[in-house]
Design a protein around this ligand. Structure first.
Ligand SMILES: [Zn+2]
Length: 319
């Protein structure tokens, strides 16, 4: 009989499928009881998290700390200090151990990346690619590609192109856009992201606009012009603000009226607020001065409260 996935000593007695029917926990009876009582020892939590993922219900962060310490045990944890989880330092002897440690982390921190950088990059990418393409490692595919992109950027773009080809649905457009922005030129990334976004239809495009934030750049302004549609959510302005349209373009947007006039107003206000908060430095003041006549005119032409309030908020900064 196989060894229990938790203690790795006793024989498997129970298959517990409550968290993942297709991939049950294989456990001895005592470990099964501790799993259900949220009272695994740190090493037992680690051994299950490295196989199944820390995000499953019985292992997730509400019940255990990042070191596998039970936060809400339904019974006292038995001798936890005798069963510590491996540390990062102890997991650096080989790539397999480091990957196991990596998939138990809630997120990818700089010290984890530093540990991976102790190994030669070609060796690391080859290892991560084998994990990324292994059908039995599906649950850790995203962690494998995320590590590869974080470590190698454009040298891991083949991971991302393969994800677009084979795992579009599983990853989702937001994750793919983010990975693309970190591993490809803006032009290449947009050539993949924009058709996918458009295929979602106007309503879902609107919901997913934030995935373009890391790809914000002047070429995207033309796409905004042809795709912004009512109802104009503020996200259009947030996106446009990051693309930094010049005065001439904002002037045209205001003159064209809705929906682009609304996007132009939101763009200015987003740039003003971001600058005031210290999150960015946009030269918004000169733009507002250059657009004063346009803004006053629009305030009369479109008396909707949203328009009036936004223009008032913008003008209050310069008058
Ligand atoms: Zn066990």
């Amino acid at each position: 009989m196989d060894a229990c996935e938790s203690c790795e000593r006793a024989s498997v007695e129970i298959l517990e499928a409550c968290d993942d029917p297709g991939h049950p926990y294989r456990l001895c009876s005592p470990c099964h009881a501790r799993l259900l009582k949220r009272s695994l020892r740190p090493l037992e939590w680690f051994n299950l998290a490295k196989r199944h993922g820390w995000w499953l219900h019985l292992l997730h962060e509400d019940f255990y700390s990042q070191d596998g310490i039970a936060d809400q045990p339904l019974e006292e944890v038995s001798s936890p200090s005798d069963f510590p989880a491996p540390t990062l330092e102890a997991s650096c002897s080989d790539l397999e151990s480091l990957f196991q440690f990596s998939v138990t982390r809630w997120d990818i921190r700089p010290d984890l990346l530093d540990a991976w950088r102790r190994f030669a990059e070609p060796q690391v990418l080859s290892f991560l690619y084998s994990r990324f393409t292994d059908p039995l490692e599906e649950r850790f595919r995203y962690r494998a590609i995320s590590l590869a992109v974080a470590l190698a950027g454009g040298r891991a773009s083949h991971f991302v192109r393969e994800a677009w080809r084979l795992h579009r649905e599983a990853f989702g457009i937001s994750a793919l856009a983010s990975l693309s922005s970190e591993s490809m030129s803006v032009e290449d990334a947009l050539s993949l992201v924009l058709p996918e976004l458009e295929s979602l239809g106007p309503d879902r495009t609107r919901e997913h606009l934030h995935c373009l934030f890391p790809l914000a750049s002047p070429p995207l302004l033309e796409w905004i012009e042809t795709h912004a549609a009512s109802p104009v959510v503020n996200t259009w302005g947030e996106l446009a603000a990051r693309c930094e349209p010049d005065v001439d373009r904002l002037h045209v947007w205001i003159q064209r009226g809705r929906p682009l006039s609304l996007v132009a107003l939101d763009t200015l206000l987003v740039q003003i607020l971001a600058t005031e908060r210290g999150n960015a430095t946009y030269p918004w003041k000169s733009k507002v001065h250059a657009l004063l006549d346009d803004l006053v005119e629009l305030r009369s032409a479109d008396p909707a409260p949203r328009v009036k309030d936004t223009i008032d908020a913008i003008l209050s900064r310069v008058i």
